[in-house]
Design a protein around this ligand. Sequence first.
Ligand SMILES: [Mg+2]
Length: 273
Amino acid sequence: MAKKISNVINSYDIRRLILEQSYRAHVGHIGCCLSIADILVSLYDKVLKLENFSDPLRDRFVLSKGHAALALFSILFLKGMITAEQLSSFHGDNSYLGVHPEYGLPGVELATGSLGQGLSSGAGMALAAKLKKEKWRTFVLLSDAECNEGSVWEAAAFSSQHQLSNLTAIIDFNKQQGFGYTKDVISTRQLGQKWKAFGWQVDEVDGHNPTAVTKVLNSPTKNKPHLVLAHTSLGKGVSFMERLVDWHYLPLGQEQYTQALQEIEVFKNGKQS
Ligand SMILES: [Mg+2]
């Protein structure tokens, strides 16, 4: 478990760790983690300036969809910010690594899990940097259904009002949520246009193509916050999970675990999308 490959962050290793740790702990939220795996690879390998978490000038990353914490813990391990022992304590007693991120673990800027909170805090961070004339950037990763929360739109209006061009929100646009497809709960139709109407620069990208994600995340905006609509699939890389609502919550059985590990092998060769 938790075998480290030093200084290598890729779409295979993060998936392997997500599967290993969720299977060991017998917990779900696996599909939601696989949905954002490639976005995190791009962020932590090519975008974030985050070599030292205690550096006040580091870039900030907030995982607003906190139920995908295991994906964050996996990338923090691959980045060398937490140890193999810490990662293997996931979901254990007295561990900082719970099902949602907890403040106090290196790499966690904010405890999240109550949806709709992360962007407001991220906007505050970005405003602080702007007022202090510091160059660091803030990135917030939200789920698509999180946009059901009114607080997200308050933060959107605030960020636009203050012209927070140092703030990027990424939406994991997998068209699903805990108990259904977003089209059947509260539709996300015209989501990009809604953000544009709030004064954001909006870009759409294939969220399973780290090269494309990196390019868009490193594209500066002028006087506007940046919204990246990343089209993704829940459970990406595991055939029996992809786009199925059940895999928001289900844990893996033994045969499913073995099959899933085999299927993600294709990512070893740099598979994208
Ligand atoms: Mg979703």
